[in-house]
Design a protein around this ligand. Structure first.
Ligand SMILES: Cc1cc2nc3c(=O)[nH]c(=O)nc-3n(C[C@H](O)[C@H](O)[C@H](O)COP(=O)(O)O)c2cc1C
Length: 325
């Protein structure tokens, strides 16, 4: 019988999981600006316990909104750990509270995480990776999408292909590759050609990730990796409309990057949403300063604004300073 396959979309843009940076407020804001087709939560660490509903909702408030950001973009829940059984119990628990897409983190370089045998350290043990993926695939209902994210290796790239195969053999439906080893940290370049090798090795969809800071980088990573699915992390925070520029480019629309005055309303909105989330402490100001600190790389005006708010103490004063521009 002839079965019709859904056509592969020409492009699919994912906002990267970034602990302490792409939190629910940042996901909300960036998906409102537009261009993203999907985002991934910060990693939720799985140790010995089973998280309760408030904890899942803290990491992923979108669970209470049909797994979507307020702008309607689907969100995937990312888990990090190495105890397959406990990860499966936690994943099932998250599914009970509404999660539909689960991603496994095999790339986190943080020393505390690696000390407890999670993240990139697992890249040294492809069999364990396969066991974890397989265990979760067996226990999760069939309609739950299971994916994984990896770096190219720990000390070197030797395990890259074996790890990708392990993820596929374990039953993951999709794979994201941050094109660097753990040892390479965030030092450029990202080895996009390795993503191409992995894409040719496995038959599941591969998303390419690493060092996309501009539309030109996006075109280059697509070209070199051969992937139509691209994940963007820091670049999406530094240039908040980067995904929108890319989507406009892909859809044949005119690309009109936002200038600073056009970005200001988004910055005010970010601060408003942050204050709404946690008005009583320094959360909103800390997040705003963190964001401006990153945006300085692309907009000199961000440095000026940063200086203006740097010493301010209360949210009302910061809001007044933001209103000046
Ligand atoms: C502050 C920060 C936090 C991150 N947290 C996570 C995380 O929770 N889970 C994960 O899989 N990757 C995490 N990453 C890695 C990113 O998802 C991404 O792979 C990496 O930043 C490379 O993409 P980029 O060059 O577009 O930023 C983090 C990266 C940064 C900069």
């Amino acid at each position: 019988m002839h079965t019709q396959q859904a056509p592969t979309p020409a492009h699919h843009l994912v906002l990267a999981p970034m602990q302490g940076l792409a939190d629910p407020v940042m996901r909300d804001l960036l998906t409102r600006i537009g261009g993203f087709d999907e985002c991934v939560t910060e990693f939720v660490r799985i140790t010995h316990t089973v998280h309760n509903r408030p904890t899942w909702l803290k990491y992923m408030p979108e669970l209470a909104n049909g797994n979507r950001t307020p702008a309607g973009i689907p969100v995937t829940l990312q888990l990090l750990g190495s105890d397959a059984d406990n990860m499966a119990v936690n994943a099932l628990n998250a599914v009970r509270y509404g999660a539909e897409c689960i991603d496994l983190n095999f790339g986190c370089p943080a020393p505390t995480v690696n000390k407890h045998a999670g993240g990139a350290v697992l890249l040294q043990q492809p069999q364990l990776i396969e066991h974890i993926v397989h265990t979760l695939r067996q226990r999760l209902p069939g309609h739950i999408r299971l994916s994984a994210k990896m770096r190219l290796g720990y000390a070197d790239k030797t395990p890259a292909l074996a790890c990708a195969r392990a993820i596929e053999n374990g039953g993951a439906q999709a794979l994201t590759v941050h094109a660097r080893t753990k040892a390479e940290g965030y030092t450029p370049p990202a080895h996009w050609n390795w993503v191409a090798r992995i894409r040719e090795t496995v038959s599941i969809p591969v998303t390419a990730n690493g060092d996309v800071f501009s539309l030109a980088d996006y075109r280059a990573i697509k070209e070199v990796s051969g992937c139509s699915r691209i994940m963007i992390g820091r670049g999406a925070v530094i240039v908040p409309d980067l995904a929108r520029q890319i989507a406009d480019f892909e859809c044949g629309r005119e690309v009109r990057p936002l200038n600073w005055p056009q970005l200001m309303p988004w910055i005010r909105l970010f601060f408003d949403i942050s204050c709404g989330k946690e008005a009583a402490n320094t959360y909103a100001q800390a997040r705003l300063k963190q964001w401006l600190g990153m945006m300085k790389q692309a907009y000199p005006e961000a440095a000026v604004l940063f200086e203006r708010i740097r010493r301010l103490k209360d949210n009302a004063a910061v809001a007044a300073a933001l209103a000046q521009d």
